[in-house]
Design a protein around this ligand. Structure first.
Ligand code: PLP
Ligand code: COI
Length: 341
């Protein structure tokens, strides 16, 4: 593969959408066995039994991370060991043999290295890396599949929300919930995502960028924004919903909390009452795909709370610091970036 054999892409017009690339990583494991070392293959369709556990019962997980061109010319991943660990937690929850951390990281590294020409120029997006772990063996009863597959493919992406740092309008759902206590909301189970598609589509048809989910028990505490974590800032205090098992423990979330603390803000992980959020000075959401996306307004029932058309100062500071570390535009003193080589 030649790095200079560049694809015909207008890097300035990229959105968060699927783009076929060159190569992918594939590995296999039997239930109760060890993962065999995977191999790189040409990207393409995979063959799977119609009775596969993942197709019938959703026994599957995914991860999402970005490889980006950094200021020093290298290609870097952001805290990839956290994604490896989160996938292991998910695997335990879904009865899947966990992929060893080293194997996960090696698979991601290979998938990036064999698709180098798809890594966008610095600041013009990223190569989104999508690890998938699934019950691929055939099973009819509702039980863990007899065999598993671990894949890693990649796709170049632009901003997740249109306009990047342009504040988005969100709507709080009073009808749908994402996760319930004891369920799978705290891991990246594939089955967590399909139930959000119709609510999200409905919100988009009404002109909102996404939905904000409330907790399923009290219907009053904010949980997440579609596929990103929620933050609000009030009187210099940065708050985010505490992890109770129904919220995905985001890598970006953890990083924003650390950065905010180091920048001198009071940081709280707590129940975030919808009333509190709607009286905040600034709100934003954070995730690998979303990075930090400012929230301009929130609708709840017949009330709309406007935060303004401008990006709030705290949101901007956190965004600047996070993206500077991610692209190595400032020294990475925390050791968060990992060169792919
Ligand atoms: N919440 C959900 C439901 C997600 O799917 C994601 C994306 O991974 C996030 C939050 C943000 O997590 P991270 O920052 O690790 O990408
Ligand atoms: C991510 O931020 O990586 C996500 O998982 C978001 C989404 C595309 C599901």
């Amino acid at each position: 593969m030649l790095d200079n054999d560049l694809p015909e892409i207008d890097w300035d017009k990229m959105t968060f959408s699927y783009q076929k690339t060159d190569r992918m990583y594939v590995a296999h494991c039997k239930q109760g066995g060890e993962w065999e070392t995977g191999t790189m293959q040409d990207f393409g369709d995979i063959s799977i039994s119609p009775a596969a556990g993942v197709l019938n019962y959703g026994q599957g997980l995914f991860e999402g991370m970005k490889a980006q061109r950094a200021d020093d010319g290298s290609i870097v991943l952001f805290r990839p060991e956290r994604n490896a660990k989160r996938m292991q937690e998910g695997a335990k929850r879904l009865g899947i043999p966990p992929v060893p951390e080293e194997m996960f990281l090696d698979a991601v590294r290979q998938a990036v290295l064999e698709n180098l020409r798809w890594v966008p120029p610095m600041g013009k997006g990223a190569l989104y890396v999508r690890p998938l772990l699934m019950g691929s063996g055939a099973i009819l009863g509702v039980a863990p599949a007899p065999s598993y597959r671990f894949l890693v493919y990649v796709s170049p992406v632009g901003p997740y929300f249109k306009g990047g740092m342009k504040p988005i309008a969100l709507k709080i759902s009073d009808e749908f919930h994402r996760a319930a206590p004891g369920g799978s909301g705290g891991v990246k189970a594939i089955g967590n995502y399909a139930p959000g598609m119709v609510p999200s589509k409905m919100a988009k048809e009404e002109g909102y960028a996404e939905i904000i989910y409330l907790d399923a028990v009290h219907h009053r505490y904010i949980e997440e924004v579609g596929a990103a974590n929620f933050f609000c800032v009030k009187d210099g205090v940065v708050s985010t919903p505490e992890l109770t098992g129904t919220i995905l423990p985001g890598v970006t979330r953890a990083s924003v909390l650390e950065i905010a603390d180091e920048l001198g803000y009071e940081v709280r992980e707590e129940k975030v009452d919808v009333g509190y959020a709607m009286s905040a000075d600034e709100c934003f959401c954070a995730g690998t795909a979303a990075v930090i996306s400012p929230i301009g307004s929130i609708r709840f029932g017949d009330k709309v709370y406007e935060f303004g058309d401008e990006v709030g100062p705290v949101t901007q500071k956190l965004y600047d610091e996070l993206t500077a570390v991610q692209q190595r535009r400032i020294p990475d003193e925390r050791g968060w970036t990992v060169s792919v080589e």
